[in-house]
Write a protein that binds this ligand. Structure first.
Ligand code: ACM
Length: 556
């Protein structure tokens, strides 16, 4: 178990844990040096040393083989703020003034898929990893050692480009470090998704779940069913309530991602070691699909006779899982699988109002024909059709914890949102889980008193609460705990209609959760996190993130 650095005793612990020969400077000086190093998420082990590495126009980046791709990204990232481009070389003529990136097979056990070692001395910077992803995360840490303006997109004048000397050994606690965005409720431009990914990468997140379909909009082009976007992307409805009613919102532009747009986003995300996990909701939250193709719904004859605009309020927003509907959704998933590299495909599965199935004679007959007991079993049967289909194609189904009801599909991964109970049940049954509970990880909830905050969906999750999130509940044995792949925070979009508001809801809570998901869980300290965060906010300023100011700042 890696022991986490703390200000007082960190370098001693790091020395013992990693067999570092000796702390590189005396404790007092180390404390002083450490106070200048404020990294989020906090590395597993960090030993501050004396002195600085100084960047010059002559600094060379040395990398070969697979490390060159990461070296190019490092150079690209540093250039805008520095105003000069570092040179990439295969070999250094001297050992001085170089940044060396190295893939090291010997680090397999120590670094794993995403870990790295970073050493900064006055002469050189060396990042070593077993895999390119580790180099990439080492580079993210290195960027945080530079002045915060390095995250800006403009040349920063009068800045001394230095990094403090340090030894870091780091790897993530969890494999799944996710955030969810919701373009279905309010569409999100490609440019804004890319900016969101940039800032995710800075925090070492590696999963972006995109909630692409819901009642208010269908946002992904499906070639076989063009009406999904011809109609379903332009319904001019939101769930924003005015005067207590769901109303048409003329500010709501609608829109969708073409398949080329999706490919572009997936490529962009891959470059940042972020996997986009598509979510195609079913069987509920499917109003936009039913408006587009009434035959998917319970009462197609009734809907067909209405103009598309009128169908939105007239449909039950739940699929009728007839054989043709199952085939339709599998056709959709087939195109989705071609577009996304993610092994995990999310099919929603939450909040299905099965009362509509209960009232439908046709659905009752279907339940009988399938030899099922009731609507809950029909829900489970439907999810199992999708699970079998995805599994046949080498993918894994993820669903919200309602998919536990009526029997979990064999290969399914459970995303636990109604607390962590669903996740615990699933992990005990040997299923993989992702913890995403409303208690700590719903970033559409208020962060302060509703009177002083922009409109949120409800609830109350201040920064400290998010920081207290523990993805592995104490009820699980060590073996069961291994099924917890990680955690995810949700930025549902019903009340978030623009990027400024989205940033406000996301940060700094996302910075807190990045640490929950990356850093060792043993002795997390909110007080020390807040010290680091005060500095980190300058980076977010440079990265044009409209974060919510800390309460201490607001009180001034
Ligand atoms: C959810 O928030 N309905 C998953």
């Amino acid at each position: 178990m890696i022991t986490r650095f703390s200000i007082l005793i960190g370098f001693i612990i790091a020395g013992i844990t990693f067999g570092v020969a000796s702390p590189c400077i005396a404790e007092d000086e180390s404390r002083d040096a450490q106070s200048k190093i404020q990294i989020i998420p906090e590395p597993a082990a960090l030993e501050a040393c004396e002195g600085l590495f100084r960047f010059t126009t002559g600094t060379q980046v040395v990398a070969s083989g697979r490390a060159r791709v990461e070296a190019d990204k490092l150079i690209d990232d540093l250039t805008p703020a520095m105003g000069y481009r570092l040179r990439l070389a295969k070999d250094a003529s001297t050992g001085e003034n170089v940044i060396r990136l190295e893939i090291k097979p010997a680090l397999k056990d120590k670094a794993g898929e995403e870990g790295y070692e970073l050493t900064v001395t006055k002469q050189s910077i060396v990042i070593r990893a077993f895999k390119p992803a580790g180099l990439y995360y080492g580079i993210q840490t290195l960027r945080q050692l530079l002045p915060p303006v390095v995250f800006g997109s403009q040349k920063a004048d009068g800045v001394e480009w230095t990094a403090p000397c340090v030894r870091i050994t780091d790897r993530p606690r969890f494999k799944w470090r996710g955030l969810l965005i919701d373009p279905a409720r309010h569409s999100i431009s490609k440019k804004d998704v890319k900016h969101f990914i940039d800032v995710m990468a800075m925090h070492k997140f590696n999963r972006l779940q995109m909630h692409l379909t819901d009642d208010q909009g269908w946002r992904i082009e499906i070639k076989k069913y063009p009406q999904l976007t011809d109609i379903g992307a332009w319904m001019d409805y939101t769930t924003m309530r005015r005067g207590g009613a769901h109303e048409s919102d003329s500010q709501h532009p609608g829109g969708f991602y073409t398949q080329d747009d999706i490919r572009e986003l997936v490529r962009y995300a891959i470059r940042h070691y972020v996997t986009i996990v598509p979510e195609i909701e079913m069987p509920a939250h499917t109003g936009a699909a039913i408006v587009s193709y009434p035959r998917l719904g319970l009462y197609p004859e009734k809907l067909k006779n209405l103009a598309p605009k009128k169908r939105w309020t007239a449909n039950e927003r739940i699929l009728a899982p007839r054989p043709q509907t199952v085939a339709f959704m599998q056709d959709v998933l087939a195109e989705v699988m071609e577009l996304f590299d993610s092994r995990f495909i999310h099919i929603g599965g939450d909040e299905a109002n099965k009362g509509h199935w209960k009232q439908s004679r046709q659905m009752q007959a279907l339940i009988g024909d399938l030899g099922l007991k009731d609507e809950t079993e029909l829900h489970s049967w439907f999810i199992k059709q999708m699970d079998a289909f995805l599994t046949r194609h080498g993918r894994r189904l993820v669903g919200w914890d309602e998919i536990l009801q009526g029997g979990l599909a064999p290969g399914a991964v459970v995303m636990s949102w109604r607390g962590q109970g669903g996740g615990i049940t699933a992990a005990k049954a040997g299923h993989d889980v992702i913890m995403a509970p409303t208690s700590h990880a719903y970033f559409d909830y208020y962060q302060g008193p509703a009177k002083t905050e922009p409109r949120a969906i409800g609830g109350f999750i201040p920064l400290e609460k998010t920081y207290q999130f523990e993805p592995v509940p104490s009820e699980l044995t060590g073996e069961q705990a291994r099924h917890v792949l990680g955690g995810q925070a949700q930025l549902w979009g019903e009340y978030i209609s623009n990027p400024k508001h989205r940033w406000y809801m996301a940060y700094p809570r996302a910075a807190a959760i990045s640490e929950v998901l990356w850093s060792p869980g043993s002795d997390r300290s909110y007080e020390l996190f807040m010290v680091r965060l005060a500095h980190h906010l300058k980076r977010l300023d440079a990265a044009r993130v409209n974060y919510r100011p800390l309460d201490t700042e607001r009180a001034r």
